[in-house]
Design a protein around this ligand. Structure first.
Ligand SMILES: [Zn+2]
Ligand SMILES: [Zn+2]
Length: 644
């Protein structure tokens, strides 16, 4: 008998050779029907693979990321089997699962797959799925593997096999299709109940532009038809919210190939939005004891050699700029940190100066391949809402609390109700991978764990995910349609203080190293604005909206009164305009709704004689009649409640 430890730490005994499915069956039949794979001592296995030694086992279902991965990766095999049946002689590259679904890179020879083939592939996949084909794992020798694919004539698989070690090669068979694969896979294909081929694209073999371009076929599968329908609805909703589309429609930003790919141009409305975000954060930071600094967009190459960024970004990034006569070399700034280190070092520091919280909306430049660029979320120049806190090791915890408070204020002001966090710690079994003393690591890690707990933050703890220079805390928000976005980060750093030889004089009159904390609650202004647009579908919170209200006179007769209302509202710093087009009031209201303007003030005879306005709120409709003063007080109150 062997001992199997389950996730709740209970230990059960089973005969040697027990499988994930057997274990599930011993718990409940319902569970056994849903088991897609099994995590055996941190490695994901087929749920049908025999376990021969004591092990800890977690049974994976559709609700586990790793369960989904096995589902989608298995689906890639079935799609390949379907394509081979429909397009005999196709050669196969690799077919991994991805975040949403899977793809397979294939070589169709002279043939092409287009949208019109998708239906036939989907039908074939469902046909093969219904056969409940077993996915059978086979260990093969390197020679057997080479013989098989030489006979089949698939040079891509042969190239992959050549890089593998004999004794570590496995095949998987499902129906008539045999693939070189490490696994894991579903017990059988019958789990797949719904499929959609999403798209095809060109992809160079092994990502190398010098090699052959293959066809990448993307698909997604689900265990229920309903899940597929929900997914397609979500995609449609995401399309409506696409920040690239809305950014254009709402005239927030644009790109010009003449300026360069991945370099956003902020239009007046987008600039106003960004400035308001910056002003909000600056105000919050001022209250939290930050000081603002400004640094240039380039820096001497040697600065980045000192910081280590040249080694990290130099080779694969924008080339250094040289001066014509002196032969100096500068780099576009990839990070603000080295500049801030130099500011720290601009004068001697004492423990009484700490913590020193230095903030800058610093623009940085990093090279991204043109194919990787995406709207505002993947760009080549962006502005971080950056700050560096220099403090003593004892101050790390309090500083974390301070930063978390800022992050919470931002989430509240922008109506992100759901968020999660990830705490990344070092791997205690691999301490040599990290720099900094044990004592400082323990102090900082303890501080992060305590702070997240004390603030009731739902945090996942990842061991071994820390940067080599320190532990970190990352925030993820869930947007209005349930998608997760990575936003702000807080990182402890023992490395740069070392590299820049930073010091402070302690109360003991001795020299000490400060700890550095990097933090950027928005991440970057570009990425944050993109996430915000997609979250609120362009309907920005009142305090951020480019135009907060529009005054709609119901006919020309009331334009003079409309102007009076506008002037009064200007006294309250409310951003508004008059819609004096010769259109019907109904049409003006509809247009204001489309422009996503939060409030509409309708003025006619009654309003003029009573000195009032009739208020309509975006998405709420009629809110009744107000005096100007009462209306201004109401919206100021709405703004204050969100941003205080
Ligand atoms: Zn596979
Ligand atoms: Zn930094």
């Amino acid at each position: 008998m062997i001992n199997i430890t389950l996730p709740d730490n209970s230990v059960r005994q089973y005969p040697e050779g027990v499988t994930g499915i057997d274990i599930a069956l011993s718990i409940s039949e319902g569970l056994a029907r849903n088991v897609l794979a099994a995590k055996v001592n941190d490695e994901v296995w087929d749920a049908t693979r025999p376990i021969n030694t004591d092990a800890s086992v977690k049974l994976l279902t559709w609700n586990d990321t790793e369960g989904k991965a096995a589902f989608w990766h298995s689906s890639a095999h079935i799609m390949a089997e379907a394509i081979e049946a429909l397009f005999p002689g196709t050669k196969f590259g690799i077919g991994p699962d991805i975040e949403n679904g899977f793809y397979y890179d294939i070589d169709l020879g002279n043939r092409v797959i287009t949208d019109s083939d998708f239906k036939a592939i989907e039908d074939k996949i469902i046909e093969l799925a219904r056969q409940e084909q077993k996915m059978i794992r086979k260990e093969v020798s390197k020679k057997e593997a080479i013989d098989f694919f030489t006979k089949k004539g698939d040079e891509y698989k042969l190239e992959l096999i050549n890089e593998l070690e004999d004794g570590q090669i496995t095949f998987y068979e499902s129906g008539s299709f045999t693939d070189l694969c490490r696994g894991p896979h579903l017990p059988h294909t019958g789990f797949i109940k719904a499929v959609k081929i999403m798209s095809v694209a060109g992809a160079y073999w092994r990502g190398d532009i010098k090699r052959k371009q293959l066809t990448r076929v993307y698909g997604i599968t689900f265990p229920k038809q309903k899940d597929l329908q929900d997914y397609l609805l979500l995609l449609e909703e995401a399309k409506k919210r696409d920040h690239r589309r809305l950014g254009k429609e709402l005239e927030l930003f644009t790109f010009s190939p003449n300026v360069g790919l991945g370099l956003p141009l902020w239009l007046p409305k987008g600039t106003a939005l960004r400035e308001r975000l910056e002003a909000f954060l600056k105000k919050v930071q001022r209250k939290a004891g930050y000081v603002q600094v400004m640094t240039p967009h380039i820096g001497d190459v040697n600065l980045y050699k000192t910081s280590g960024h040249f080694q990290k970004y130099g080779e694969d990034s924008f080339r250094p700029i040289s001066t014509p006569i002196e032969g100096e070399q500068f780099m576009l700034k990839p990070m603000n940190c080295p500049h801030h280190c130099e500011i720290y070092k601009s004068k001697p520091r004492s423990y009484k100066d700490l913590p020193l919280r230095m903030a800058e909306f610093g623009t940085v430049y990093r090279y991204e391949q043109s194919g990787e660029l995406h709207g505002l979320t993947r760009v080549r120049g962006f502005t971080q809402d950056d700050a560096h806190i220099f403090c003593t090791p004892d101050q790390v915890k309090a500083e974390f609390v301070g930063v978390i408070n800022i992050v919470m204020k931002i989430f509240k002001a922008l109506d992100f109700k759901e968020f999660t966090a990830q705490v990344s710690l070092r791997d205690p079994n691999n301490k040599e991978k990290y720099i900094g003393t044990d004592e400082n690591w323990e102090k900082a890690e303890q501080a992060i764990l305590e702070v997240t707990k004390e603030n009731n933050i739902d945090a996942v703890i990842e061991i071994g995910e820390a940067a080599f220079y320190g532990p970190k805390l990352d925030f993820m928000v869930r947007d209005a349609i349930g998608r997760k976005w990575q936003l702000g980060t807080i990182q402890v750093d023992y490395n740069l203080p070392e590299r820049f030889d930073m010091e402070y004089i302690g109360s003991d009159n001795q020299k000490h190293r400060p700890v550095m904390i990097h933090r950027a609650p928005f991440g970057s202004m570009e990425r944050f604005v993109a996430v915000l647009i997609e979250h609120c579908a362009g309907k920005f919170p009142l305090w951020l909206a480019p135009e907060q209200l529009t005054i709609i006179p119901i006919s020309e007769k009331y334009e003079i009164y409309a102007k009076k209302v506008l002037e009064l509202l200007n006294n309250y710093e409310i951003r508004c305009k008059i819609d004096n087009r010769s259109e019907k009031a109904g049409k003006k209201i509809r247009d204001a709704e489309l422009e996503r303007i939060p409030y509409m003030l309708i003025v006619g005879e009654k309003e003029e004689s009573d000195n009032t306005v009739s208020v309509r709120k975006q998405g709420h409709g009629d809110m009744g009649t107000y005096t100007i003063e009462a209306f201004a007080a109401m919206i100021n109150d709405e703004i204050n409640r969100m941003t205080e």
